[in-house]
Design a protein around this ligand. Structure first.
Ligand SMILES: [Zn+2]
Ligand SMILES: [Zn+2]
Length: 367
């Protein structure tokens, strides 16, 4: 069938809207008509080839839509079901069997290889094949082919214009707090970088009952939004003299938890240095491969600190996405406040606004 897709043909160049041919879904695949799709920092990073997924390529990994057709082995969903698309896992390796699919041994193969695990693609252009299967979806297109492990069935009442970002960015921030850090009520938590991921972490800290929630960022508008969404304190790192000292002052004994979304090594160091005894720092930022961080070993030992990376918020999407939607219905997790909506054709403007900080979470509208 013919689809309209945003194609990356050259690193760091704008997306090109093109008509492509999409193959029918295979026996284990699901064809989804995309209604909306969020833009995640990883899409922009791969467009720029910081992570070299082979070009030409269709990105997009926060798709929301309606199942159009399914292969004969698919039992999880049927045509007409509302779905959100998340990251894919193999469902059979040691980590998947342990209920940790975000650390699936085939994570790279199934999410950022640019093809199916067998090396094929379903997208074809005038000049030849186009890579796809980005996060087993490539949803910067009017239709996407997904698989069961990354297709999350939603309630028929779900709002398809806002749920896309739950598939990656919002899940990453909220899941880090609710699934990994699990702060006790009354804890303190600092978020470094309050873009979409950081704000989701902050809202989750409020849900968990943290009583000191500190947002650190360089953009004053984002700090204002952080305050609206539950930050009890904000620090503008551009003007603050000593961010770590300020956090020590606010918390009295250092932060129980810190979350870094920036992947800036000097900021990660602050996220470690601001911790209380036995405090934990989670790093989520998508840094360039090979980036190293330095910490004081003796301090790490004597303070009993933990530094940990977290992928996709440790979330099992089939469980966690409906939980976030339920919290949202109750008014306790207002993720729609992060979203700015753009027409699909304005994808390049949406990316610019995400990079400048003008938009927190751009969502492209296809229907
Ligand atoms: Zn696996
Ligand atoms: Zn993402």
């Amino acid at each position: 069938m013919q689809v309209t897709a945003a194609v990356v043909r050259e690193a760091e160049k704008p997306f090109q809207i093109e008509e492509l041919e999409l193959d029918a879904p295979r026996d284990d695949e699901i064809l989804v008509k995309i209604h909306s799709v969020g833009i995640c920092h990883t899409d922009i990073g791969v467009r720029n080839q910081w992570l070299p997924v082979p070009l030409p390529l269709v990105l997009g990994h926060e798709g929301a839509g309606v199942v159009e057709a399914v292969g004969k082995n698919v039992t999880k969903v049927e045509p007409g079901d509302k779905v959100v698309l998340s990251y894919a896992s193999c469902r059979s390796c040691t980590m998947c069997n342990r209920g940790e699919p975000s650390y699936c041994e085939q994570f790279v193969l199934r999410n950022v290889a640019g093809t199916r695990p067998d090396g094929t693609t379903a997208l074809h252009g005038a000049g030849g094949d186009v890579n796809g299967f980005f996060f087993s979806q490539s949803s910067f297109a009017t239709y996407a082919v997904a698989i069961e492990s990354n297709t999350v069935k939603l309630d028929p009442s779900a709002d398809l214009s806002t749920v896309g970002p739950l598939g990656c960015g919002i899940q990453t921030g909220a899941g880090t707090v609710l699934n990994r850090l699990k702060p006790q009520a009354g804890s303190s938590l600092v978020v470094f970088g309050v873009g979409a991921v950081g704000l989701a972490a902050l809202m989750a800290a409020k849900v968990a009952g943290c009583t000191k929630i500190i947002a650190v960022d360089l953009v004053q508008d984002r700090l204002a939004l952080a305050e609206e969404l539950g930050a009890t304190h904000t620090i503008n790192a551009k003007t603050a003299e000593d961010v770590v000292a300020q956090i020590q002052g606010i918390t009295g004994r250092g932060a129980d938890f810190s979350v870094d979304t920036t992947a800036v090594t000097s900021v990660v160091r602050q996220a470690v240095d601001c911790l209380a005894l036995k405090g934990t720092c989670a790093t989520l930022g998508f840094g360039t491969a090979g980036t190293e961080i330095q910490v004081d070993m003796l301090q790490l030992l004597m303070a009993g600190r933990t530094i940990t990376g977290v992928t996709e918020g440790d979330a099992r999407p089939d469980e966690f996405i409906p939980q976030m939607i339920e919290l949202n219905k109750q008014g306790r997790f207002p993720y729609e406040k992060l979203i700015s909506t753009y027409d699909f054709k304005d994808i390049n403007e949406a990316c610019e606004d995400a990079e400048s900080g003008k938009a927190v979470k751009p969502v492209l509208k296809l229907v």
